[in-house]
Ligand binder design. Sequence first.
Ligand SMILES: [Zn+2]
Length: 206
Amino acid sequence: MKTCPHCHNENPVDFSYCRYCGNALNGVPENKPKSIWKRLPAWVWIILIVGGIAALILTLIGSFIAIATMEGVASIVILICGIVGFGVIPLRRPDRAGSFARAIGLSFFALMGATVDQTGNFLYNKPIEMCFCHDGTSLTRDIDVTNPIPGQTNITQDYTCYDSTGKAAKTINIFAVLGIRFVEYVILGYLLIALRQVRWRIKNNR
Ligand SMILES: [Zn+2]
């Protein structure tokens, strides 16, 4: 006889399930409850999938707007890309890359900086102010958001020098801004390459 582990009644030896309570007798695998994911009805899955896609799109749009409008966001993102790309963190052995390969790496980095980091930040926009805003005027960055056709949003940066009375003294050509940004990112790239060499020397005590 088999004793049921649930109700403790006796069952014949060849029984797999208890004849009193229906539970599995010893030696028979119990039916495990299905995981919560398998018990979800289809309509819940629809909500989860649609919600997930919507969240992904909103995150992408949000990142795009943050990069295009908030000073410093793109700078930080590209700085992190540069730190990894130029092998500072995680530290890579300084390569013997020729000038041409180095120029390609620096150009790519600077082009990315000039096109993506149009807002810049307080530090990166100082040289623009020094170059273009003379006679006590100061630089202000505004954003022009236009919707030329439904579904298309253009965000352009507007760099203007204002005098102390708040009058616009000079609007700076955006291509001049991009040119300065490009040079800034070339310099930043060189700094990152140098930082990698320094880290490597410290690590190897040389
Ligand atoms: Zn039983």
